[in-house]
Design a protein around this ligand. Structure first.
Ligand code: NDP
Length: 252
């Protein structure tokens, strides 16, 4: 078993790596979807890429969390929420995409596999070995209720806006259109905002360092990508709504 201090140190290192990568991603567009360009090496079909890169989060987390005490309410809540998100993301989401003929560089798939394996390990291992059992009942209930509501709100926001985006190609045409509906009125990437809210909820539920690391990494991945998407829309659609922001209504 890993000592708690060592585990925390690795977690902080993981957060530090994320903070170093953040400015890099502000300069270099993540080369998948609309930002895919040649020169990133071998590619794989988009759908297969999504399935392969998200599955480790389910498997690695599942393996480590199987050593947990499921009577602990924090463990039970975290497992349910993780399963809700990752069963959808790894098994359902790839098959919902209208992504015919699209390819994704293997470098993206491998980096996401690494990201999901590390996150799955940290969060599963923490729940198995370091979750406290004697938390004050009132604080525990507040955490579970507030965190659960935040998580599920984020999940629904993410789902709904991903669905609106996928619907834009319901006639099986390729290419991009200006998305409308829901929070698209205010921002270009409400699906990413929903994802960020989801992992904020998970952090509230567990109050753990691994969940904090996951939220930081989600921001590292999605803030630069939202800014890139927003600029891309403005460049490609002269009639793009001028008041729309990238990720945070009225602010960013
Ligand atoms: P995007 O918003 O780039 O795309 C989502 C889907 O909608 C893709 O199939 C895309 O096609 C399609 N699409 C997007 N915009 C349009 C448009 N204007 N017109 C037509 N089709 C469109 O999301 P990502 O692919 O980056 O991410 C997918 C999910 O994964 C999101 O829910 C995101 O939150 C989550 N995610 C989470 C991360 C984390 O760190 N937690 C990191 C990355 C993603 P195409 O692929 O052809 O562009």
């Amino acid at each position: 078993m890993i000592l708690h201090e060592k585990f925390n140190l690795f977690c902080w290192l993981w957060i530090g790596i994320g903070l170093v990568i953040f400015p890099v991603l502000l300069k270099v567009k993540q080369p998948y979807g609309r930002h895919a360009t040649k020169g990133w090496g071998p590619v794989i079909r988009n759908r297969a890429g999504w399935f392969l890169m998200e599955l480790p989060a389910l498997l690695v987390f599942g393996y480590f969390v199987s050593f947990s005490d499921f009577k602990n309410q924090t463990v039970a809540a975290a497992v349910v929420l993780w399963a809700i998100h990752y069963i959808h993301r790894s098994i359902i989401f790839p098959f919902r995409l209208k992504t015919k003929g699209k390819m994704m560089p293997l470098v993206i798939v491998f980096s996401a596999i690494l990201f999901n394996t590390i996150n799955g390990f940290f969060n599963g291992y923490w729940l198995a070995y370091f979750v406290p059992d004697g938390t004050d009942k009132v604080i525990l209930n507040a955490r579970l209720i507030i965190g659960g509501i935040v998580f599920l709100s984020g999940f629904l926001i993410n789902q709904y806006h991903d669905w609106l985006l996928i619907q834009l190609r319901k006639d099986n045409t390729a290419g991009y259109r200006i998305p409308h509906g829901g929070f698209f009125k205010l921002i270009s990437c409400p699906n990413y905002l929903g994802e960020i809210i989801t992992w904020t909820g998970f952090l509230i539920v567990t109050s753990s360092l691994p969940a904090f690391a996951f939220l930081i990494w989600t921001l590292v991945n999605l803030v630069p990508r939202a800014l890139d998407h927003h600029q891309w829309y403005q460049k490609h659609f002269p009639d793009y709504p001028s008041k729309r922001k990238a990720l945070v209504p009225y602010l960013l």
